[in-house]
Design a protein around this ligand. Structure first.
Ligand code: ZN
Length: 391
C-alpha cells in the first residue's frame, strides 16, 4: 500500500520552516511590491528542480513539476503580500519595515507551500503535474493578484483539474483543519450613494431640500432590505460605513454622501440586494424631492467550494489529523480573492486553526502560529500525492 505524507514526515524540516516563516515575517512587502518575496520563492523552487515562471500578473510565481505519466494536474495557491499596519509585537522576528506587517499570515501560507514543495520534489511520490501558485496582491481589493494572474493567462499556461488554497483561522485550535462545502466566504461589494438636495440657510429648511435628512431616511430604509426582502434562511450584511454631509450648523448642505459595504453568500441574494438598494435609494430620495446617484462596485465574488473537491480535501484532512480535528467551518463574512480562481476551476479553500488565543486577522498584535507550519505543509503534500496518485 502506498504511504502518503504525514505530519511526522515534516518534523525534521520544522526548524527550517520556522526560520523561513520568521524571515518572511521580518521582511514584509505590501501588495504589488512583493519583489524580494517572489525572488526568494522562485530561487527555492528552482533549486528543488521546479520549472519556474516569474512575473505572472505582477510578482506572481508559478512552479511546475511533472512526475511520471499521469495526466491529472493540480494547482495549489499561497498568497505573499503584507498589510499597511504597524506591528505591535516586539519579538526578535518583528517586522523590520516601518508601517508594514504580515498581519494576515501570508508569511505562513507561503512557508507551508514551500515546505510541501521541497518534500514533493524530494520524494516524487505522485504521477501528474503539480502547479504551485505564489500569488501577489491578495489584499489589494479590486484588481487584486488573482484577477491579474488569471488575466495573464494563468489557467491557459498552467492548466489544472482543480485548485486549492488555504488560510489560517484565528479562534480555532492549532492543528485543526476547518472545511465547508458550498459558500464559505462572502462576496463584498462597495456602494457609493450621493444625495443631491438643495442647500440654503439652516433657519429656513422649508426653502431647501436637506440631503442629511434624506440620507438618514435612506440609512434606515436600507436596513429593511435584509429583514424584509432577503429570505430568512439566507444571510447578508449591509453596513453604512460612512455618511458625510454639511459644513456648519447654520447651513443646509447641497449634497451628502454615504458609502456601503454589502456582504452576501449567494449570487441570487447578491443580485436581489443590488436591485433593492437602487429601488430604496431612488424612491426615498424622490419622496423628498431630492435625487441620488449610485455607484455600485462589485468586489470579490463568493468563495464557493465545489462539493467533490471539498469532500476529497476533507478526507485528506481527516487522514492527516484525525476525524475530531476537522470541524465544519462557519460561514465567514470576510472576502477573499481566491474566489476568482474558483469561478474558473473547481476547488476548495481550506481554513487552518491559528489558535484560540490568536489575535484577529489584520490586527497589529496578530502573528501566524508556527506550530501550524508542519500541519499545513503535510496537508499540501498529502493532498497532492492523493490527487495525483499513481495507478
Ligand atoms: Zn489573508
Amino acid at each position: 500500500m502506498t504511504k502518503y505524507a504525514s505530519i511526522s514526515d515534516f518534523q525534521n524540516a520544522e526548524p527550517e520552516l520556522v526560520e523561513l516563516r520568521r524571515h518572511l515575517h521580518a521582511h514584509p512587502e505590501l501588495s504589488h511590491q512583493e519583489k524580494k518575496t517572489a525572488q526568494l520563492v522562485a530561487a527555492k523552487l528552482e533549486g528543488w528542480g521546479y520549472e519556474v515562471t516569474p512575473n505572472i500578473g505582477g510578482h506572481g510565481v508559478v512552479g511546475r513539476m511533472r512526475v511520471g505519466n499521469g495526466n491529472r494536474s493540480i494547482a495549489i495557491r499561497a498568497d505573499m503580500d503584507a498589510l499597511p499596519i504597524t506591528e505591535a509585537a516586539k519579538h526578535e522576528y518583528a517586522s523590520t519595515i516601518d508601517g508594514v506587517m504580515h498581519a494576515c499570515g501570508h508569511d505562513g501560507h507561503t512557508t507551508m507551500l514551500l515546505g510541501a514543495a521541497e518534500y514533493l520534489a524530494r520524494t516524487r511520490n505522485f504521477s501528474g503535474t503539480l502547479n504551485l501558485i505564489f500569488q501577489p496582491a491578495e489584499e489589494s481589493g479590486i484588481g487584486s493578484g488573482a484577477v491579474a494572474m488569471i488575466a495573464d493567462g494563468l489557467f491557459d499556461r498552467f492548466p489544472c483539474d482543480a485548485i486549492f488554497g488555504m488560510h489560517n483561522h484565528p479562534g480555532a485550535p492549532e492543528g485543526t483543519i476547518l472545511m465547508r462545502s458550498g459558500p464559505l466566504m462572502a462576496a463584498a461589494d462597495t456602494v457609493t450613494i450621493t444625495v443631491h438636495g438643495k442647500g440654503g440657510h439652516a433657519a429656513r429648511p422649508h426653502l431647501c431640500i436637506d440631503p442629511v435628512v434624506v440620507g438618514s431616511s435612506i440609512v434606515m430604509a436600507l436596513q429593511t432590505i435584509i429583514s424584509r426582502s432577503v429570505d430568512s434562511t439566507e444571510t447578508a450584511v449591509i453596513t453604512v460605513g460612512t455618511f458625510n454631509g454639511g459644513t456648519a450648523t447654520n447651513i443646509i448642505a447641497e449634497s451628502a454622501t454615504l458609502t456601503l459595504s454589502v456582504r452576501t453568500f449567494s449570487d441570487q441574494v447578491r443580485a436581489l440586494i443590488k436591485e433593492r438598494i437602487y429601488k430604496v435609494v431612488e424612491t426615498q430620495a424622490a419622496s423628498w424631492g431630492a435625487t441620488a446617484s449610485i455607484e455600485y462596485d462589485s468586489g470579490h465574488p463568493v468563495v464557493f467550494n465545489s462539493p467533490e473537491e471539498t469532500e476529497f480535501a476533507t478526507v485528506v484532512a481527516r487522514e492527516l489529523t484525525g476525524e475530531g480535528n476537522v470541524p465544519e467551518c462557519p460561514l465567514i463574512p470576510g472576502s477573499e480573492d481566491f474566489s476568482h480562481f474558483l469561478q474558473h476551476k473547481p476547488g476548495c479553500f481550506i481554513r487552518l486553526g491559528n489558535g484560540e488565543s490568536s489575535a484577529p486577522l489584520h490586527n497589529p498584535a496578530y502573528d501566524f502560529g508556527d506550530k501550524s507550519l508542519t500541519t499545513g505543509a503535510a496537508f499540501w503534500a498529502r493532498l497532492t500525492e492523493r490527487f495525483l496518485a499513481q495507478e
